[in-house]
Design a protein around this ligand. Structure first.
Ligand SMILES: Nc1ncnc2c1ncn2[C@@H]1O[C@H](COP(=O)(O)OP(=O)(O)OP(=O)(O)O)[C@@H](O)[C@H]1O
Ligand SMILES: [Mg+2]
Length: 1009
C-alpha cells in the first residue's frame, strides 16, 4: 500500500479544524513571557499530538492556536469524523491541562474549536513549492466557526454535520449569518460521541433498505456454519470494495444464526483504529464477557471472572492480566511485571483457550469487521487464534477490502468469499424500495446502475442526495422525479470513499487515472500514454495497478487496447480532484494526441470529441473550427447534435476578437442554428435574436451570401405563419438576391427551399416550374446546393414533381418519381429527405389500394424519424401514418397518430406552422370516423378558416370537402355550398385527384344536400 504526497496542488474534500486559546492576550500580560512560552508550547503540543493521532495534518500554527486538515494530503473517507474525534480529544486534554494550570497558577485557560468540511485546494503552495497547505472558502468558514464558538466548545457547520451525524452527538444551534457566506449557515455544537459505530449503524438508524440478492453468498455462509457445527472450525473472509455490502451480508446472516441459538460476538475495526492498539480484540472480549460501555469496574471484573472460571477454573491465574487488558485492573491483584511481548503472548494464549474449548457444545461465532484497519498487535493475536482453533465448534467471520490480504489466506480452514456488486435486477429492486414505483422514475434504474456500478452504498447515497437536492420529490420509498438527474453531482459521502481509494494509488497510477478521467469514459492506450507523458514501462506498471485495483478495465484488446472506467463515479471524483489549470492542459494534450495518432479519415467522427477537449483546454479558436466540422458532419441526420454544436461554435467565437474567420463563423453558426430551428424547434425570441445578430454582422462585413441565407431562414423557410402571397414574394426576392451572388450552390439551395411555397399556395404549375429550374441548374451533379438548406436538392425536386403528379391523379408517374427520389436520398445518406419521400410513398400506396404496404412504409418511417429527432419530419410522418390508418379503417389509431403529430409540433415549435391547416382537416376526418362529430366540425372549420386567411390553396379545397362531411354528419346545412366551393378551387389549382374525391362524396352526401 502506497501513500503518496503529490507535490502538485489538488482539489480535495477535507475537514478543516481551527483551535485556539480564548482570551490568551489578557492572559499573556499576567505571566512572565518565558513561562508563557512554555505554557503555550505545551498547549500546542497537546493540540498537535491529537491531530497526528487521528492522522490529520497540522497546516499551521496561528499564533494562539492551530489549523489542521483531515483528509489531505492523503484522503480519508472519514475525514469529518476524524476531525470531530480530534476536537473532542482536544477539549478533554486542554481541560485537563487547564485545570492543572488553574490549580498551580490560578490561570484561566480554555479553548475554542471550529470545524468545517468541503472542497479545498491543497498542496505545496507558494514560490518554489512552499509548505503543504489548504486554501479555499472551506478554510475561512472553519475559522469563522472557531470565532463563533464559546470557550470550551467545538462548533461545526452543516457540511461537517452531514458527514458526521450519527457517529457523533450534535446539538443544533440554528442558523447563523456568517460574514463571507452567501446564505445563513446552520451551526452545530459537538456534544460527544454518537451511537453509530459503523455505516451500518447509521443505516439502521435511518431504516435499512430492503435486502436484495446475495442468495449464493448466504448459502456459502450456511455451509460454513454447518461445518463449524460439526466441529470443523472454519474461518471465512468476505472481501469487497467499500459499500458493496460486506457488513450487511453478515448482519443478515447473523440474524438468522441468532434465531437458531448460535452465540455471536462481534468486533468492528475503525478507519482511525490503527491509532488504538488491540481495539478489535478488546471489543471482542468485551462482547464475549458482556461488558457494557460504562460498566462499573467491579461489576466488569465479576463478569469476566464469572464467565472465564465457568469455562475453565484454570483461568484463575490469568485473571489479573485479563482485568488489566480490558481496562479494569484489580488494585488488589496487580499484573506481574513482564515484557510487552510476553504479555501479548499470554493474552493470545488466553484468547485461544477462551474460544477453543473442544468440549464446548454450543457453536461459537466471532465476527471481525474491517480487517484492513487492523493494528499489528491484533493481527498477531488473530493469527494465533486461527492457528489454534482447529477441531472446535467455531466459525470466525472476517471482512475486509481488497487492499488487505489475510496472512492465513492459504490455510485449509479458511475460505475467501468475493462479494460482487449488485446485479442489475437487484439494483432495480433496491431502487424500488428506496425511491418507489412512480412512473416518472421509469428508466432511472439503468443510469443509476451504470453510475454506481451496482454498489448499494452509492445507490443509497445517490438517492438521498437526489432527494435533498430536489431532483426527487416526496418521501423515501415514494418519490417522483422533479427534474432530470443528468447534472446531479457526486454525494460528498461517496466522494470521500472514492477519493480515499484513489489516494492509496502510487504517484504514476494516480496521475494516469486523473489523465484518463479527463480523456473520457473509455480511452485508447496510445492517446492515454501520450497525454500522460509516461514511458512504456511506467505506463504498463501504472495501468496494471489501475486494472488490478478495479479502477479501470480492458474494454477492448485488439486492434488497440481500450481502457474504461469501471464506474463513472470514480471518473467524476478523479476528474474533480484536479485543478482547473491542470485539467485544461490535459484536455489540450488529449486533443493533440487524437489529432496526431488518428488518421484524417477518422477526423469527422472524432471532431466533436477533439473540439470538446480543445474547448476545455482553452484553445478557443481551434475548438470553434473543430466544432464547426463536427456540426457539419452531424448535419440533417442528427439535427439536435448539429444545433447544439452550432450553438457551441457561436459561444466559442464570441470569446475571440473579430477577424475574417471569426466573423464568418459568427454569422455561419447563427444561420445554421436558424436552419435547424424549423426542424427541431426553437423559441421565437431566440430565433429573432439570432437573426438580428447575424444580419448585423453580415451587413457590416458586406456578406451578401450570408444575407441571402438569412432571408431564407427568416421569411422563406417552412413553419412561418404568413400569407402565401407574402411568402411567395419573399421567395422571389430571395431567388433574385441569390442570383446576384452568382454562386451556383446558393442559387440552387434557395430555389429548392423556395419551391415549397408554391405548393402550399396551390400553384402546382409554379411549383413544378421552380423545381424544373432547380433540376436544370443542378444538372446531374448532386453536390450542387446540397446540404445548405436541404440535404439533396435533386431528390427533393423529383419528389416534388411526384407530388404534383399525385395531385393530378397520375399515380404511376408519381410512384416512379418517388422511387427515384428515395434511391437518391439513400445513396446520399440523407435520412431527412428520405423520410419526406417515405411519407409521400405511404399515402400513395394506400390511395392505390395497397393498404398493408402503405401501413408498413408509414410505420417504418415513424420509427426512422423518431431516431432522427427532427420534429418537422416526425410530425409529417405521424400525420401520414394517421392518414393511412384512416384508409385502413383503423380509426382510433388514425386519430391517435394525428393528435400526437399535432401535439408534438406545437409543443416544440410554439406554433402550428404552414401544415397546421392540413393537419386540422386530417384530424377532422379522423374525428368523424370515430363519431366525434362536433369536434370534427370545429377542426374542419378551423382548417378552412386558416387556409383561406393565409391563401393556402393546396389545402383549402380538401378542408372544404371535410367541412362538408362534418356539416352533414352534424345535420347542418351548407354542405352543398362547401362542396361547390371545394370543386371550384380544385378546378382552379388542377387538383384532379381531389376532384374525383369530391365527386364521390357528393354522391354519398346527396341525401343531405
Ligand atoms: N444486498 C443488499 N441489499 C440492500 N442493501 C444493501 C445490500 N448490501 C448492502 N446494502 C446497503 O448498502 C450500504 C453499504 O453496505 P455495507 O455497509 O454492508 O458495505 P461494506 O461492504 O461493509 O462497506 P465498508 O467496506 O465501507 O464497510 C448499507 O447501507 C447497506 O444497508
Ligand atoms: Mg462494512
Amino acid at each position: 500500500m502506497h501513500e503518496t504526497v503529490k507535490d502538485e496542488a489538488e482539489r480535495k474534500q477535507v475537514t478543516v479544524l481551527f483551535a485556539d486559546v480564548s482570551g490568551s492576550m489578557d492572559l499573556a500580560e499576567q505571566e512572565d513571557p518565558e513561562e508563557w512560552r512554555k505554557i503555550m508550547q505545551r498547549f500546542f503540543s497537546v493540540l498537535a499530538d491529537t491531530v497526528t493521532r487521528f492522522e490529520g495534518t497540522v497546516d499551521k500554527f496561528t499564533g494562539d492556536g492551530i489549523m489542521a486538515i483531515f483528509g489531505a494530503p492523503v484522503a480519508h473517507e472519514d475525514h469529518a469524523r476524524r476531525a470531530c474525534y480530534a476536537a473532542l480529544q482536544m477539549l478533554d486534554d486542554v481541560a485537563e491541562y487547564a485545570a492543572e494550570l488553574r490549580r498551580a497558577k490560578g490561570l484561566n485557560f480554555s479553548t475554542r474549536i471550529g470545524v468545517n468540511s468541503g472542497e479545498v485546494v491543497a498542496g505545496a503552495i507558494g514560490e518554489g513549492g512552499g509548505s503543504y497547505t489548504a486554501i479555499g472558502h472551506t478554510v475561512g468558514l472553519a475559522q469563522r466557526m472557531e470565532a463563533l464558538a464559546e470557550p470550551g466548545k467545538a462548533y461545526l457547520t452543516e457540511h461537517t454535520a452531514k458527514l458526521a451525524r450519527g457517529y457523533l452527538d450534535l446539538r443544533d444551534l440554528g442558523e447563523f449569518e456568517i460574514k463571507g457566506a452567501s446564505r445563513p449557515v446552520q451551526v452545530f455544537e459537538l456534544a460527544g460521541v454518537g451511537e453509530a459505530r459503523s455505516r451500518l449503524d447509521l443505516a439502521r438508524e435511518r431504516g435499512f433498505s430492503r435486502f436484495v440478492g446475495r442468495e449464493r453468498e448466504l448459502a456459502r455462509l450456511e455451509q460454513a456454519l454447518d461445518r463449524a457445527n460439526a466441529g470443523e472450525a472454519t474461518a471465512v473472509g468476505v472481501v469487497a470494495e467499500p459499500g458493496i455490502g460486506k457488513s450487511r451480508l453478515y448482519l443478515e446472516f447473523l440474524e438468522r444464526c441468532r434465531s437458531e441459538g448460535v452465540e455471536v460476538f462481534q468486533a468492528q475495526g475503525q478507519a482511525h483504529g490503527k491509532a488504538i492498539p488491540f481495539m478489535p480484540i478488546l471489543q471482542m472480549l468485551r462482547s464475549f464477557f458482556g461488558i457494557a460501555d460504562n460498566e462499573p469496574e467491579q461489576q466488569a471484573r465479576e463478569k469476566i471472572a464469572g464467565r472465564a472460571l465457568l469455562l475453565d477454573p484454570a483461568f484463575a491465574e490469568n485473571l489479573p492480566l485479563m482485568f488489566d487488558f480490558l481496562g479494569v485492573p484489580d488494585p488488589e491483584r496487580p499484573v506481574p511485571q513482564i515484557s510487552p511481548e510476553a504479555r501479548q503472548r499470554s493474552l493470545a494464549e488466553v484468547l485461544c483457550r477462551l474460544v477453543g474449548k473442544p468440549s464446548r457444545r454450543k457453536t461459537l461465532m466471532l465476527v471481525f469487521e474491517d480487517l484492513h484497519w487492523v493494528d499489528e498487535g491484533s493481527q498477531a493475536m488473530l493469527n494465533g487464534l486461527i492457528d489454534g482453533f482447529g477441531g472446535t465448534r467455531t466459525l470466525v467471520l472476517f471482512n475486509y477490502r481488497p487492499e488487505y490480504t489475510p496472512p492465513w489466506a492459504d490455510s485449509d480452514c479458511f475460505e475467501a468469499l468475493e462479494l460482487a456488486p449488485l446485479r442489475r435486477e437487484d439494483t432495480r429492486e433496491l431502487l424500488r424500495d428506496l425511491a418507489g414505483e412512480d412512473p416518472s422514475l421509469d428508466g432511472l434504474d439503468e443510469p443509476i446502475h451504470e453510475r454506481t456500478g451496482g454498489n448499494p452504498f452509492f445507490i443509497e447515497e445517490i438517492v438521498r442526495e437526489l432527494a435533498e437536492a430536489g431532483y426527487l420529490e416526496g418521501e423515501r420509498g415514494a418519490y417522483r422525479l422533479a427534474r432530470p438527474i443528468e447534472d446531479a453531482g457526486v454525494p460528498v459521502t461517496v466522494q470521500a470513499v472514492l477519493a480515499a481509494r484513489i489516494d492509496r494509488l502510487d504517484a504514476d497510477a494516480k496521475q494516469l487515472l486523473q489523465v484518463a478521467s479527463v480523456l473520457g469514459k473509455e480511452v485508447g492506450e496510445r492517446s492515454l500514454a501520450m497525454a500522460a507523458g509516461l514511458g512504456p514501462e511506467a505506463m504498463e506498471a501504472a495501468l496494471r495497478a489501475l486494472v488490478e485495483g478495479g479502477f479501470l478495465y480492458e474494454a477492448q484488446l485488439y486492434p488497440e487496447r481500450l481502457l474504461a472506467f469501471r464506474h463513472p463515479l470514480t471518473r467524476e471524483v478523479a476528474y474533480g480532484t484536479q485543478l482547473a489549470e491542470q485539467r485544461a492542459a490535459t484536455h489540450t494534450a488529449a486533443a493533440r494526441a487524437l489529432i496526431e495518432l488518428e488518421g484524417p479519415e477518422r477526423y469527422d467522427e472524432l471532431s466533436a470529441l477533439i473540439a470538446d477537449h480543445l474547448r476545455q483546454g482553452g484553445e478557443t479558436l481551434e475548438a470553434a473550427r473543430w466544432s464547426a466540422r463536427a456540426a457539419h458532419w452531424s448535419g440533417h441526420a442528427r439535427p439536435h447534435d448539429a444545433l447544439r454544436l452550432w450553438r457551441q461554435v457561436m459561444t466559442l467565437v464570441a470569446e475571440l476578437p473579430e477577424d475574417e474567420e471569426t466573423a464568418a463563423l459568427a454569422v455561419h453558426s447563427r444561420l445554421l442554428q436558424l436552419q435547424y430551428a424549423w426542424r427541431v424547434g426553437m423559441n421565437r425570441e431566440e430565433e429573432g435574436r439570432l437573426a438580428a445578430e447575424a444580419e448585423e454582422i453580415a451587413l457590416r462585413r458586406n456578406d451578401l451570401h450570408s444575407r441571402v441565407l438569412l432571408r431564407v431562414a427568416t421569411s422563406v423557410r417552412p413553419g412561418l405563419d404568413h400569407h402565401a402571397d407574402e411568402w411567395l414574394a419573399a421567395v422571389r426576392e430571395t431567388v433574385e438576391l441569390a442570383d446576384r451572388t452568382g454562386d451556383r450552390h446558393l442559387r440552387a439551395a434557395v430555389r429548392s427551399a423556395g419551391a415549397y411555397a408554391y405548393l402550399c399556395a396551390g400553384d402546382f404549375g409554379g411549383f413544378e416550374a421552380a423545381l424544373d429550374e432547380l433540376l436544370e441548374l443542378v444538372g446531374d451533379d448532386g453536390s450542387v446546393g446540397a446540404g445548405i438548406i436541404l440535404g439533396s436538392p435533386i431528390a427533393w425536386g423529383l419528389m416534388g414533381k411526384g407530388m404534383v403528379r399525385r395531385e393530378q391523379g397520375r399515380y404511376e408517374e408519381a410512384e416512379e418519381l418517388f422511387d427515384r427520389a428515395l434511391r437518391l436520398t439513400l445513396e446520399e445518406d440523407d435520412p431527412e429527405t428520405a423520410s419526406w419521400v417515405r411519407s409521400n410513398q405511404a399515402g400513395l400506396l394506400a390511395i392505390r389500394g395497397d393498404i398493408a404496404g402503405g401501413l408498413a412504409v408509414a410505420r417504418r418511417n415513424c420509427e426512422l424519424t423518431d431516431r432522427l429527432g427532427d420534429v418537422f419530419s416526425r410530425s409529417l410522418a405521424l400525420t401520414n401514418l394517421g392518414w393511412v390508418h384512416l384508409m385502413a379503417e383503423e380509426n382510433e389509431a388514425a386519430l391517435e397518430a394525428m393528435e400526437e403529430a399535432e401535439r408534438l409540433y406545437r409543443e416544440e415549435m410554439g406554433s402550428g406552422g404552414e401544415m397546421e391547416g392540413w393537419r386540422a382537416q386530417m384530424r377532422a376526418r379522423a374525428l368523424l370516423a370515430v363519431g366525434r362529430n362536433a369536434e370534427a366540425l370545429e377542426a374542419a372549420e378551423y382548417s378552412v378558416r386558416i387556409s383561406r386567411e393565409r391563401g393556402m390553396l393546396w389545402n383549402y379545397p380538401v378542408a372544404l370537402l371535410n367541412l362538408a362531411r362534418a356539416r352533414a354528419a352534424c345535420g347542418l346545412g351548407g354542405v352543398g355550398e362547401a362542396l361547390a366551393e371545394a370543386t371550384r378551387i380544385a378546378r382552379q389549382t388542377g387538383a384532379v385527384s381531389l376532384l374525383g374525391d369530391i365527386e364521390k362524396e357528393t354522391e354519398v352526401l346527396a341525401p343531405s344536400l
